[in-house]
Ligand binder design. Structure first.
Ligand code: BGC
Length: 339
């Protein structure tokens, strides 16, 4: 594994990059946000990202980063544990919380330890009260580069009851990070239901996918049925959680995982495997910032990539679900496999 100085944070702290190679795969991971900055499959870089730390810190789309403490939205930016209210930072909609708040895990410097040539362990201790979440939370994320996949193993343990929902926010385009749109990629998602949302993207309950634009049970061109899903934006697209209950299972590196989604551009196929029961399919609807450029000078544009963020169904804290009890270990695995 190759370690390099990547640059410096505004406060002068160094950011390092770690590059692993295995067969046709090559991955570059940063200690800033645990960002997957580059993921090459047979020479094609399939993830979007930025060249400079400045751009990464200005970015609000969380390119390639680890998301925490709580991925996705929490309605009214608060939750209760044992009757006590915890107020969270409002950073989406009128009054909601998204992806861990103002300074989520995507903005943190992680400690890195090379476990083997193809395994990088990142750790971060999120102090009690950070972003107003309770408990000192010890987080450990292991990136493993296989000959045909990248695996992400998440672990976290807190000394107080708390809410945690970790994921990675890579933006994939199997054509390469060249600015082309993903509308012609073909996607299959093994979900019979999805989580319907209101105009602020807050869950309102599960709905069957049958007969809707959310039906990806058989492979479908992403652009085929894509139309407005939010009243204020007639062309909004997908930003929804799909429920993987009933998905077929497959064993990868000894772990039994749900076959969550299969994405293809006709040349490359990416299979997302996870032990989670939810995946947020986001068609990069908000990525539209003329003048801002990705690595290689590519202009940011809507639908130039997509995210498949494996996670709990959004807004679980509001429903009092998925509480991580003090001392219990939160563990989850996701694998993105390429052929
Ligand atoms: C959310 C989007 C959000 C994006 C960038 C996705 O996970 O669902 O609504 O714009 O992340 O933060």
């Amino acid at each position: 594994m190759e370690k390099k100085l990547f640059g410096y944070m505004p406060d002068g702290c160094a950011v390092y990059s770690y590059t692993m190679k295995n067969g046709k795969m090559e991955a570059e991971i940063l200690t800033l946000g645990g960002i997957i900055r580059r993921l090459e499959v047979g020479g094609t870089d399939v993830v979007m990202g930025f060249d400079t730390i400045d751009d990464m810190l200005t970015d609000t789309s969380n390119q390639g980063a680890l998301i925490g403490r709580y991925g996705n939205r929490i309605k009214d930016a608060h939750f209760f544990i044992d009757g006590k209210e915890y107020k969270l930072y409002v950073n989406t909609g009128k009054n909601n919380h998204l992806h861990g708040g103002k300074y989520g895990f995507n903005r943190k410097l992680w400690n890195a330890e090379v476990k083997s040539e193809n395994e990088l362990v990142l750790t971060y201790l999120s102090p009690d009260g950070e972003e107003n979440y309770p408990g000192n939370l010890d987080v450990k994320v292991t990136y493993t580069l296989y000959e045909d996949a990248i695996g992400i193993h998440y672990e976290a343990v807190s000394d107080k009851d708390t809410f945690v929902n970790l994921t990675n926010h890579a933006y994939f385009n199997l054509n390469g990070a060249d600015g082309s749109k993903i509308l012609d990629h073909v996607l299959q998602i093994n979900a019979d239901t999805y989580t319907a949302v209101d105009h602020e993207l807050i869950p309102v309950g599960r709905e069957p996918v049958a007969g809707t634009m959310f039906d990806f049970r058989t492979p479908k061109r992403i652009g085929q049925d894509l139309h407005g899903t939010v009243v204020t934006d007639p062309d909004f697209g997908y930003d929804h959680n799909f429920n993987l209950t009933g998905a077929v299972k497959e064993t990868y590196d000894g772990k039994e995982l749900n076959v969550c989604a299969v994405l293809s551009n006709g040349k490359l196929t990416m299979t997302t495997l996870t032990d989670q029961l939810g995946v947020q399919f986001y068609s990069a609807n908000f990525l539209e910032h003329p003048g801002i450029q990705f690595k290689g000078g590519v202009e940011l544009n809507r639908r130039m990539a997509l995210c498949l963020e494996t996670q709990f169904e959004p807004d679980a804290p509001t429903r009092g679900e998925n509480l991580l009890k003090a001392g219990k270990v939160y563990v989850t695995d996701t694998v993105y496999r390429f052929e």
